[in-house]
Write a protein that binds this ligand. Structure first.
Ligand code: UT7
Length: 325
């Protein structure tokens, strides 16, 4: 049995429709909702986001990212023996988007399931895959974050609808004698469920409660900056490493101010932080693998670099994965 799991390929996919803040502000103005590029950039760092076309689901975005990750890893879909999709915007109530994506990849047989931890979904899914690889249950896993948050946005609520976007990112995680994932650290505290939620549910053939995203932005902001530092320190301690060992911090891409604050607390300069929130907005579980893949493909991240991946979001959930790339 191999002692480690290691990322051997990354991929990502954004739906083609891109809206700048000015584009979105113009669409919202037509519905009587007032916002501006200045407000969005100053408060969040977001400049643009992508929205999926009608009928395009999380599995459609995810399968594109998965194909690119497989290509980068030099693997065929038939070699994959585990598929985990992190999503809070699945194609349907059931079956899982992972099962649907598996079929779109043209394979069958291996286990496929979704992980639901909202914006922490990717670090949760990667942690599960790491454990399954290390215990010998899988040797070649696809771990995907895929979201169509545009489907759950209330475009009359300017405090949330300007923040989110659609997209997908994926990694191939393989059994390896070399590290690999060094440590993981996951948490949840359900007492904060109400500060970021989509409270609606299906019952008796109807949607009961609102099917739109609701957020107390300031409460989420305050919790996020505290827990991201804690999770990073905990993951470092478990691996016997220090902040100085981090080559790249890849935090969940929600707000540049949260990322700056986390970097400051970890004494990392911003040029060690991968930032894609400006171009993608907040893509929830897709944000970390999207950021990872864009930094790998741009040549920022190199083989052997030590990466700290950090997620935080609804649940309340948070966590970190420290790895040698
Ligand atoms: O993915 C999970 C993690 N999610 C997050 O990390 C989100 C965390 N929270 C945040 O990023 C920030 O709290 C927000 C970006 C959501 C909000 O920023 P803020 O600096 O906390 O703004 P605020 O909520 O205090 O609002 C300030 C003002 C308000 O006006 P008044 O009451 O001061 O007159 C809002 O009505 O900004 C107004 N405002 C807007 N104005 C123009 C709120 N949204 C907008 C908007 N355009 N889109």
């Amino acid at each position: 049995m191999s002692r480690f799991s290691r990322i051997t390929g990354t991929g990502s996919y954004l739906p083609p429709r891109r809206l700048t803040n000015a584009d979105l502000a113009a669409e919202l103005a037509a519905q009587g909702v007032e916002t501006s590029d200045e407000w969005i950039v100053e408060r969040t760092g977001i400049r643009a986001r992508h929205f999926a076309a009608d009928g395009v689901n999380a599995s459609d975005l995810g399968v594109e990212a998965a194909r690119l990750a497989l290509q980068a890893a030099g693997r065929e879909a038939a070699e994959v023996d585990l598929i985990i999709v992190a999503t809070s915007t699945p194609d349907m109530v059931f079956p899982s988007s992972a099962a649907i994506l598996q079929h779109k990849l043209g394979v069958a047989g291996c286990p496929a399931f979704d992980v639901q931890a909202v914006c922490s979904g990717f670090v949760y899914a990667l942690t599960v895959a790491d454990a399954m690889v290390k215990t010998g249950s899988a040797r070649c896993a696809l771990v995907i974050g895929a979201e169509v948050f545009s489907r759950i946005l209330d475009f009359k609520d300017r405090t949330t609808c300007v923040l989110f976007g659609d997209g997908a990112g994926a990694v191939v995680l393989e059994a390896s004698d070399e590290p690999g994932i060094l440590s993981t650290d996951l948490h949840a505290d359900g007492k904060h469920a109400g500060i970021l939620c989509v409270p609606g549910h299906v019952s008796g053939g109807q949607v009961l409660g609102s099917p739109m995203l609701q957020m107390d932005g300031q409460a989420v902001f305050k919790l996020a900056v505290g827990v991201l530092e804690e999770a990073a320190r905990s993951a470092l301690a478990k691996a016997g490493r220090t902040e100085a060992d981090i080559d790249w911090l890849i935090p969940h891409q929600a707000n540049i101010r949260i990322m700056q604050s986390t970097a400051r607390k970890l004494k990392l300069p911003m040029d060690k932080v991968v930032v894609t929130v400006d171009q993608h907005g907040n893509t929830s579980a897709a944000s970390i693998p999207l950021a990872l893949d864009s930094a790998v493909r741009s040549g920022q991240i190199k083989r052997g670099d030590t990466l700290m991946l950090e997620g935080v979001g609804g649940g309340f959930t948070w966590g970190a994965v420290l790895l040698d790339f």
